[in-house]
Design a protein around this ligand. Structure first.
Ligand SMILES: Nc1ncnc2c1ncn2[C@@H]1O[C@H](COP(=O)(O)OP(=O)(O)OP(=O)(O)O)[C@@H](O)[C@H]1O
Ligand SMILES: O=P(O)(O)OC[C@H]1O[C@H](OP(=O)(O)OP(=O)(O)O)[C@H](O)[C@@H]1O
Ligand SMILES: O=C(O)c1cccnc1
Length: 485
């Protein structure tokens, strides 16, 4: 395809309706009205008990370069009937808003703000699409990876999904998210280069097909590589694959690191036990058994239950495509907007479903942990000016079933939303990927096992402060009166 407009910016990576709304705000002279938007999700992905927040690094890179390029303006000029003055406004557009966010690797929960944007209305509006696009995908994959890590215990996990991912961006950022969620390496070399993350791999069936037999293929591979994992299931795993691998390992001795064998088909519990036996008998107790083939957390759990002797799991399709739940569904809602008198007015969106009614006003999420053992008591969603970290006693109650409540003492309250961009300037120092991964693993250990298990986890408490709850009820009452009028 001939490229008419050079793809030199991500600023038009937004829905047309955002720019159309910007045009309305511009016509009305309210582009600079002060606004606050918050993002949250309502339903846990994969019915998990938490989500692993990911995507912030890409959001920061996106915001850093948020300008309408010449070709962006030219494209809008030629396709939309915007007046030149509006295009000039877009040309001069600079991001000056403030973004507060959960940090990558943080565990986040349903119905709490995970990211907040505050600043000129038009700016907050433009970035909704890209922000949700990034968070929804990366958080989803990091969460799926965390589930797979949970069942795999300390086994090695390799991400193999690139060929099956929904296009290239998904492979790359999905590989990174999988690493944050608990994977050890990716097969995608570009992801390794971009993010300085470990890459690893074995070889494909095609290599064995080229040589028409296992032995010749493994020999050729061993001649050209020190580290060897042989794929043994091309013809007959137990009768040809394993014996050929052992023969090549014997013949090459110290010239190679015989790391193990990979299986990619058949009954992997039965086969892995037989393979283990053959490798042990041949004097290779340290050779590992790798497995791949449409794996996910349920199959891995089942294979472990059957006593499969698998040491390394290669997971592709079902991880990178978030096979059983392909979207996270995080939304971005206006919670506060300046009125004509210059005062902030908090807003909400009413729904017939009580649990879906949003909470008005700018909020902070406080993670409440017990000082005695560092375990999480739940999250406390409070109005911005509240300081639950400065009180001795905290009354926490379920926002819908208010009779479910408790009073917490001897606790630490930690704010989840952190300043990332302030007045358009990036103030957050990006941690290394290793730090993010380690942080996430550490956060999981602060959760009670009941919230971490992958099947029917307990509902983690996400409570509203009394003030936030009262404010919500008052806002609903006022709205109802207004509607009646
Ligand atoms: N012992 C086992 N218990 C439960 N699931 C298993 C077991 N062994 C393999 N599986 C899973 O069963 C599925 C088998 O896939 P499938 O029937 O497509 O064939 P395959 O053996 O992989 O062969 P091929 O890919 O050559 O068609 C895979 O998802 C695999 O992970
Ligand atoms: O099963 P997944 O979880 O998606 O993992 C990735 C798959 O990709 C490869 O198969 P493929 O048939 O594409 O190539 P191959 O010839 O190397 O086996 C590999 O053998 C895995 O089965
Ligand atoms: O390295 C491997 O074994 C690998 C890589 C990608 C997909 N399947 C397998």
């Amino acid at each position: 395809m001939e490229e008419i407009y050079h793809d030199d910016s991500l600023t038009l990576h937004t829905d047309l309706y955002q720019i159309n709304m910007m045009k309305t705000y511009w016509d009305e002279g309210i582009t600079e009205k002060h606004a606050v938007f918050e993002a949250n999700f309502r339903k846990y992905p994969f019915n998990n008990g938490y989500a692993v927040f990911a995507g912030l690094e890409r959001i920061i890179h996106y915001l850093e370069k948020l300008r309408f390029s010449k070709t962006d303006i030219q494209y809008l000029r030629e396709t939309q009937d915007y007046p030149e003055e509006f295009l000039t406004y877009l040309e001069d557009f600079r991001f000056t808003a403030t973004v507060r966010s959960a940090i990558e690797g943080e565990l986040v929960f349903a119905n709490e703000p995970i990211l907040q944007v505050e600043g000129p209305l038009a700016q907050c509006q433009l970035i909704e699409t890209a922000l949700l696009n990034i968070i929804n995908f990366q958080t989803l994959i990091a969460t799926k990876a965390a589930r797979i890590r949970y069942v795999s215990e300390d086994d090695t996990l390799m991400e193999f999904g690139s060929r099956r991912a929904q296009e290239m961006d998904a492979s790359i950022w999905g590989a990174r998210a999988a690493y944050i969620g608990g994977f050890d390496a990716t097969s995608n070399v570009r992801a390794g280069k971009m993010f300085q993350m470990p890459i690893a791999g074995t070889h494909a069936h095609s290599l064995v097909q080229v040589y028409r037999n296992d032995y010749d293929a493994f020999t050729a591979y061993a001649k050209s590589h020190k580290d060897c994992v042989f794929l043994i299931d091309t013809y007959d795993t137990l009768r040809s694959g394993v014996p050929a691998a052992i023969r090549v390992a014997n013949e090459f001795g110290d010239k190679i690191n015989f790391q193990g064998v990979r299986i990619d088909s058949g009954d992997m519990a039965y086969q892995s036990k037989k393979i283990r036996q053959q490798l042990d008998e041949a004097g290779y107790p340290n050779a590992k058994i790798y497995a791949s083939s449409d794996l996910d957390e349920m199959t891995i759990l089942n294979l472990k239950m059957q006593g499969a002797k698998i040491d390394v799991w290669g997971v592709g399709t079902k991880l990178i495509t978030a096979f059983d739940q392909p979207a996270l569904g995080a939304v971005y809602k206006l919670v506060s907007i300046e009125n004509d008198q210059g005062e902030m007015v908090d807003t909400l969106k009413i729904s017939s479903n009580a649990e879906k009614v949003s909470t008005p006003g700018r909020k902070q999420v406080w993670r409440i942990t017990r000082n005695s053992d560092g375990k999480s008591e739940g999250d406390y969603v409070a109005l911005w000016e509240e300081r639950p970290d400065q009180v001795e006693e905290l009354f926490m109650f379920h926002p819908t079933y208010t009779y479910i409540n408790k009073t917490v003492t001897d606790f630490t309250a930690r704010p989840i939303l952190q300043n990332v961009v302030v007045d358009g300037k990036i103030v957050y120092e990006l941690p290394s990927l290793e730090q993010i991964k380690a942080y996430s693993a550490d956060r999981k250990s602060a959760l009670w096992e009941e919230y971490v298990r992958i099947l029917n986890p307990e509902q983690y408490p996400v409570d509203l402060s009394q003030k936030a709850w009262d404010h919500k009820m008052n806002t609903i009452e006022k709205l109802k009166k207004n509607i009646k009028k």
